[in-house]
Design a protein around this ligand. Structure first.
Ligand code: HEM
Length: 225
């Protein structure tokens, strides 16, 4: 069952960029949310090997995302989304050590879809608004629907002490609703011309699609079709 079946109550022509962005990309969000792999994850029926494989794919994506974020920290547009307190790679290492053991790094590799996704993220070094699109798609998801995943995974895989689901724990952010509101304010205060704003929206759709393709790769390996 979809947790977010409702369409957002925001009009596509809203004056607030955050609302325009959400409205223009929500159908792509639903495709990611409704994918068979995501549904297995959310219903707690995904085997732990599938969950672990997803954490491993996150590792490759976030290494790229956070490297590009650091490279763009001084950029007038993308630098507004340089949030060191969001960085997920240390938590992913904690989770992978717990799930796979000390030799975790030798035991994981990116799927073809993850390679494509990582290459796209790396290209955003030259496209600051595109970096914001990828940043938004992942981190706003992690502090939103990711919190449902955290609870389901903790229960399904017995990961109650945090290791294994550390990726979803954002202790340094304080209140997540307040963080989300502040993030939307940053989106709304970006100084962009219309073409740049349109490119950010288009790149967000692509970011959702690339994420969905990573799920498709994982689904082929880890869920019954
Ligand atoms: C696992 C299933 C998922 C569930 C249950 C879910 C649920 C939600 C919910 C309830 C919100 C609304 C939060 C709010 O308005 O404050 C949300 C927002 C969001 N989700 Fe998901 N989501 C899922 C998967 C994903 C995936 C796979 C991605 C991206 C790869 C993603 C990216 C986002 C983003 C970017 C937002 C913020 C939208 C905005 O307010 O502008 N979600 N999600």
């Amino acid at each position: 069952m979809s947790v977010t079946a409702e369409a957002p109550s925001t009009a596509p022509d809203s004056e607030l960029f955050s609302e325009r962005l959400k409205a223009a990309t929500w159908s792509a969000h639903q495709a990611a949310e409704d994918h068979g792999f995501t549904q297995a994850l959310m219903s707690g029926t995904l085997p732990v090997a599938g969950y672990t494989a997803m954490v491993a794919q996150h590792y490759f994506a976030y290494v790229a995302l956070e490297e590009v974020g650091r490279a763009l920290a001084g950029d007038p547009l993308a630098g507004r989304f340089h949030y060191p307190e969001l960085e997920r790679v240390p938590a992913l290492v904690t989770d992978l050590e717990h799930l796979l053991g000390p030799d975790w790094r030798a035991r994981i590799e990116p799927t073809p879809a993850t390679r494509t996704y990582v290459a796209r993220i790396e290209q955003m070094t030259d496209h600051p608004e595109g970096f914001i699109a990828h940043h938004y798609t992942r981190y706003m998801g992690d502090v939103s629907g990711g919190q449902f995943i955290r609870r389901t995974a903790a229960g399904a895989y017995g990961l109650t002490d945090g290791a294994g689901v550390a990726f979803y724990v954002f202790d340094r952010l304080g209140s997540l609703p307040r963080f989300r509101a502040g993030y939307r304010e940053r989106l709304d205060s970006l100084e962009m011309d219309a073409a740049t704003a349109d490119r950010l929206i288009a790149e967000t759709r692509l970011a959702y699609q690339l994420n969905t393709e990573v799920f498709a790769d994982l689904g082929r390996l880890h869920t019954a079709r």
